[in-house]
Design a protein around this ligand. Structure first.
Ligand code: SAH
Ligand code: SF4
Ligand code: F3S
Length: 471
């Protein structure tokens, strides 16, 4: 048994990470043929992508996927710790599984992902969820085959969580959820330690993948017919800093953009690490999508300081405007937290003002959620929860207004859309524009999913646009 420890998770040092090629333990390949699994993913794109690896590992063990957890032999929850409600969802599911297991004692239940890295969660599992067969963390996902095998063979609970990152594992198998759009990890972990955020504890140090490994994966995806690649990291703008003297996200984007891939995206960008040369590269290449997710978190410089974000309202706006000026037609989205400890009405008005100035194309808005072990969780917080919920509503009214206003401006314009599917009634296609807008459109032509089609916008809504195909 190995238990997570926050103190250790917090440490950062200048160690070099060994690159290790993954190999699947031959003796257990296909061992569980005939068994089924249900995998539930909570959380961000990083977790979704991890689940694509997890699925492939389970398939190599012999398991096949089912969509109904009540019919599965193995239920695995890939969890998220970012806010309390993500926690509650996973624990709610564990409650249902406890019930199911009382009827089917042979059911295997596992938990992995970010919550597995939290000592208090593992403690609760040890005490209250003894029926959980195995737990592994974000740093040892590659050990899944051995851990599951051991849980079955020994018929004993396996808790294997590393507090700190280990080697950099390359060559994990993957079953991708989509045949045209793919995620490619470029950097793991986070060193920013924003005071409210749990990710640096659950995902460890910033570690960039070698550019050769990334480029190889991109080439492979191109040869398989992928049309869109999203480079992933908690802060992609820090790419390369730990590995190279002068090779950054800008260089990587440029090398990928020169390949034969129609669409390149990247997320998430921390404003602090955004350099002019990166902005120029984004503006220079047609296949780097003009869409930037630039989380601001707050419009109050005082709160930003307490959050440890390392920029002010003014310097954020400067960066925002530079991106708008340099990248033609760019859409910018953001994340905003309201109700950070000590946020006053005045601070909140600064956030509303920033939202009015930026007129975001999309925004993910949250009420602050205290995460155990983070500095912000220890700050005095005297704003009532109802007041925080009110602020969220007020903010949403402002951001929604601009989603619609921006969309309205697109009426009559022609946008390239990567086709993803058909509507329920099959009378419309849908897909995403270069600027990441959801577009529903009609056409009298037959198309296949994965094609890029030009669509003229005919009407706009807050969350989507309607249009028709043009030549
Ligand atoms: N790495 C990304 C953020 C990943 S988490 C970045 O730095 O931009 C996604 C979003 O969740 C964050 O941008 C933040 O807005 C929100 N978030 C993170 N911790 C939170 C907390 N404790 N309470 C509420 N929202 C939080
Ligand atoms: Fe969390 Fe900040 Fe890192 Fe983003 S940059 S993952 S918000 S600590
Ligand atoms: Fe959640 Fe972990 Fe992602 S905490 S947001 S799944 S990195």
């Amino acid at each position: 048994m190995r238990l997570p420890d926050y103190k250790e998770a917090r440490t950062r040092d200048k160690r070099e990470y060994k690159r290790v090629e993954f190999s699947f333990e031959e003796s257990i390949k296909g061992k569980y043929k005939g068994k089924t699994f249900f995998l539930k993913t909570y959380g961000c794109q990083m977790n979704e992508h991890d689940s694509e690896n997890i699925e492939a590992l389970l398939v190599e063990l012999g398991f096949s996927k089912v969509d109904d957890y009540e019919k599965a032999d193995l239920v695995l929850l890939n969890t998220c710790s970012i806010r309390e409600n993500a926690h509650n969802k996973a624990f709610g599911m564990l409650g249902r599984l406890k019930h199911l297991k009382s009827e089917r004692s042979d059911l295997l239940v596992g938990l992995c992902g970010c919550m597995a890295q939290e000592a208090s969660v593992v403690d609760e599992i040890l005490k209250k969820y003894k029926f959980v067969n195995f737990v592994f963390g974000t740093h040892n996902m590659y050990q899944l085959p051995e851990i599951i095998d051991k849980a079955i063979v020994e018929n004993k609970q396996q808790i294997e969580v590393y507090s700190r990152e280990g080697d950099l594992i390359e060559g994990l198998p993957v079953v991708r959820a989509n045949n045209y759009k793919a995620y490619v990890n470029i950097i793991y972990g986070c060193n920013k330690f924003c005071t409210y955020c749990i990710v640096p504890y659950t995902r460890g140090s910033e570690r960039s993948r070698a550019k050769e490994d990334i480029l190889k994966e991109v080439d492979q995806l191109i040869s398989e017919g992928y049309k869109e690649i999203t480079l992933l990291g908690q802060n992609v703008n820090a790419y390369g800093k730990d590995l190279y003297e002068d090779y950054t996200l800008g260089n990587l984007l440029e090398e990928i953009a020169m390949k034969d891939i129609p669409r390149v995206r990247f997320m998430t960008s921390h404003p602090w690490d955004f350099t002019d040369s990166m902005i120029e590269v984004i503006g220079k290449y047609k296949n780097i999508m003009p869409s930037v997710h630039l989380p601001v978190q707050s419009g109050s410089s005082r709160i930003l300081k307490l959050m440890g974000r390392r920029y002010t309202k003014e310097s954020y706006l400067e960066l925002f405007n530079k991106i708008k000026e340099t990248v033609p037609g760019v859409s910018i989205s953001t994340d905003i937290i309201v109700g950070f400890p000590g946020e006053t009405e005045e601070d909140f008005l600064e956030t509303l003002d920033l939202a009015e100035q930026c007129k975001y194309d999309n925004a993910f808005t949250f009420v602050f959620s205290a995460r155990e072990g983070t500095p912000a969780a220890r700050l005095k917080d005297d704003t009532p929860q109802e007041e925080k919920e009110m602020r969220l509503q007020r903010l949403n009214e402002v951001v929604n207004k601009y989603f619609l206003e921006n969309n309205k401006k697109l009426e009559g314009k022609v946008l390239p859309v990567l086709l993803e599917g058909t509507s329920e009634k099959k009378d419309m296609y849908f897909g995403y524009s270069d600027t990441n807008k959801l577009i529903n459109f009609v056409t009298n032509k037959e198309h296949k999913i994965g094609e890029i089609v030009n669509v003229k916008i005919t009407s706009s809504k807050t969350w989507s646009l309607d249009g028709e195909e043009v030549e």
